[in-house]
Design a protein around this ligand. Structure first.
Ligand code: CA
Length: 440
């Protein structure tokens, strides 16, 4: 599941060892008549971009050289380009890189052009705000990139499995409480052929991508408001992590460690063996082909009574050293907000529209699953939050939580014990990141 998410709008970029990737397109390179656009993606995305870029070339009498890498290679290849002073005019960045790139003068402040040419009321606020930086904090101030997309991380259920078990379908407008969720998950955990071993399970979630929802809806969080203190050692956080671990060890509504080794829960969900599983927009083209019916609901709610989830995003930034900064900025804006370019990406099934009016139209008119597409928009508009590691100068402090969490998931250590143990290590790494960023 990790590699599936990293391949998409979502997550922090991890470096990989190899530098390959393919260059395509035409043009001389490095001069004012040519723009270079570097991105990571798959063939469907490349195809969707190709027509849009052709149109941009025609409209602006410019050549755009396109460099596509695989998701795993991107970070390494971009770093190599920066080191070698061959920075593409326009390129993808994740929110976690913005501060460092602004401080080292790599990306350009594009606020003026964006405000002049874009109706920002019609673009997801989260998408634009993810690339704002005021010199101290992310989320406010000048705009350093436009969103390539936003990826609201939603929750799905196997409707066919519910019907077979004779369980009332979840209410899309009224999330389960944690107790109700466990109760339903138990009813879905079944030995359907009576041979003494389980054939289907209520759920099976990856802690790194699903814990956020449980913590936030229980009133916990990773950081205080000014992002100077790590707050994982609170009762609300501990209760959420304990609940997460207890799904496996106490309620036993997930595949056992042994079961998970033979086939991971992503594969089991795809085979119709899992009741509840997360769904991002990037999953939809694959899940459209599943041979069971599924739909979206809000994540179950903890003590706050409010559902919660995260939104991923990738941005499109402009190089400060571009020889053609105006056109480069126009290309970034075009790829983010031009209706034709957006439609091509939406038709390729890889993302939800960046423009709110297009998204409403998509919800109303598309007949493909999920039928409750509105849930994606609700995450985007109402209650989705940034992943905690993306808002700070470095995500090392955030990654530290996952490193030694396994004993908690295995029921060998309590969540409260682990969290009070890991908090000082996380705090030290956060202090280091904040010192590097000049925040005290
Ligand atoms: Ca069985």
């Amino acid at each position: 599941m990790k590699s599936r998410i990293l391949a998409t709008a979502g997550a922090l970029v991890l470096a990989s060892a190899t530098i390959t990737g393919c260059a395509a397109g035409s043009g001389g390179g490095g001069d004012a008549d040519t723009l270079t656009f570097m991105f990571r993606g798959n063939d469907a995305e490349k195809a969707a971009y190709t027509d849009a870029i052709k149109q941009f070339e025609k409209d602006n009498d410019v050549k755009v050289k396109v460099i596509m890498t695989t998701p795993d290679e991107y970070s390494t290849k971009l770093k190599a380009a920066i080191t070698g002073k061959q920075i593409p005019d326009v390129f993808y960045i994740d929110p976690g890189s913005v501060q460092a790139y602004v401080r080292s003068g790599i990306i350009k402040d594009i606020t003026d052009k964006v405000e002049e040419t874009v109706d920002l009321d019609n673009v997801w606020e989260y998408g634009v705000d993810s690339y704002r930086f005021d010199g101290k904090l992310m989320g406010q101030g000048a705009i350093y990139a436009m969103p390539k997309d936003i990826g609201p991380f939603s929750f799905g259920y196997n409707k066919t499995m519910f019907e077979a078990a004779g369980i009332p379908l979840p209410d899309k407008d009224k999330p389960y409480s944690w107790d109700e969720f466990i109760d339903v998950a138990k009813k879905l955990t079944l030995d359907t052929n009576g041979d003494g071993t389980l054939d289907q399970w209520g759920t099976g979630l990856n802690v790194q991508w699903n814990l956020q929802s449980f913590v936030w809806s229980n009133g916990g969080d990773w950081l205080n408001e000014d992002r100077t203190k790590v707050t994982v050692d609170t009762p609300e956080f501990a209760e959420a992590l304990q609940f997460f671990a207890d799904m496996s060890n106490v309620a036993k509504v997930t595949p056992s460690t042994t079961d998970a080794q033979t086939l991971d829960t992503y594969q089991r969900w795809m085979q119709g063996q899992i009741g509840f599983f997360p769904v991002g927009p990037w999953d939809v083209p694959t899940y459209e082909k599943l041979d069971f019916e599924w739909d979206l609901i809000p994540y179950p709610v903890g003590s706050t009574g409010e559902t919660a989830s995260w939104i991923g995003t990738l941005g499109i930034a402009v190089s400060e050293s571009s020889k053609n900064p105006d056109l480069a900025t126009e290309l970034a804006i075009y790829l983010s907000t031009d209706e034709t370019a957006q439609q091509a990406l939406v038709d390729a099934g890889v993302q939800i529209p960046n423009l709110k009016d297009m998204a409403d139209e998509w919800v109303a008119s598309s007949t493909l699953p999920p039928s409750n597409k509105q849930e994606f928009l609700d995450v985007a508009n109402d209650y989705g939050r940034a992943l905690p590691g993306g808002n700070t100068y470095s995500a090392e402090w955030y990654d530290e939580l996952w490193k030694n969490i396994q004993p908690v998931l295995d029921g060998k250590q309590t969540a409260a014990e682990y969290l009070s143990d890991v908090q000082p290590r996380m705090q030290e790494l956060l202090d280091k990141a904040n010192a590097e960023a000049g925040i005290g």
